[in-house]
Design a protein around this ligand. Sequence first.
Ligand SMILES: Nc1ncnc2c1ncn2[C@@H]1O[C@H](COP(=O)(O)OP(=O)(O)OP(=O)(O)O)[C@@H](O)[C@H]1O
Length: 296
Amino acid sequence: MTGPGTTGPEKTGPVLSVRGLVKRFGDVTAVDGVGFDLLPGASLGLVGESGSGKTTTARIVAGLERATAGTVELAGAPAGGRSRRDRLRRARHLQMIFQDPYGSFDPRRTVAQSIAEPIALHAPGPAAARHARVRELLDQVGLSARAGDSLPRDLSGGQRQRAAIARALGVAPRVLILDEAVAALDVSVQAQILTLLDALRRDTGIAYLFVGHDLAVVRHITDEVLVMRRGRVVERGGTERVLREPRHPYTRLLLDSVPVPGWDLERVARDRRALDGLPDDPDVPDSPSPDGDPTC
Ligand SMILES: Nc1ncnc2c1ncn2[C@@H]1O[C@H](COP(=O)(O)OP(=O)(O)OP(=O)(O)O)[C@@H](O)[C@H]1O
């Protein structure tokens, strides 16, 4: 798995390595044996329906959730520790962007002050150097100095997402987790943020773990994809191949669920029931012989 930030044969190992990840919430197994590698500069997508375990996987990788079993290695060292030192190291290598970044900004501080905060924590130095770095970051994500002097509530959704990206980039992380990071934005703003993310990956060699449900967005931003269903990976491969020639019935169902001209809603509903091992037509009372056709 190589990305645009790398050239020639890969010399370094994965920047992120996940093995046998399991997460149980009581009786619910949210993640069930997930594993993958992410190379420097690569972009890997996690797709699947709501409840398939994408966000839980991402949250465990980010250290926001504790795994029931399995390992996460970041830049060649275990990433699961809870000590302050472990958390600082994780934050230094890995940052996460959420659908709505509003919560990660202090509403009383200017955007520039918020962007400066992690820099002060991870790379303490003279205030002038920090200010210069903040200006550079604002510029890198396409925000003006004026936007930097604003409070988060005075920015648009797209500007706020740019600010969140600038804040994350401040520590020069090697991995950025993007959890539905453009899902709440208008389509045109989405396109701008995706273009920005493309440029950042190309320029910095940062790697992305992208959680998303919009397959058009996933196709644009990722090289490889894992398709998750009920906590398990049911298909993986190059994004183009998986979306063009899906091999697993569930991946086909996901693709068929995207409304396009001529979309056959009934067929999607039928396939869904077959995959779930349910009888064909639950709405017909006394329907004869529920010989479902479980295919999975
Ligand atoms: N904190 C929690 N406590 C109990 N169950 C949880 C918790 N977090 C997630 N789950 C359950 O784990 C399963 C996977 O959820 P998860 O949010 O990871 O899926 P997802 O694919 O990211 O879905 P979505 O796109 O809706 O966020 C679901 O059944 C969910 O209800």
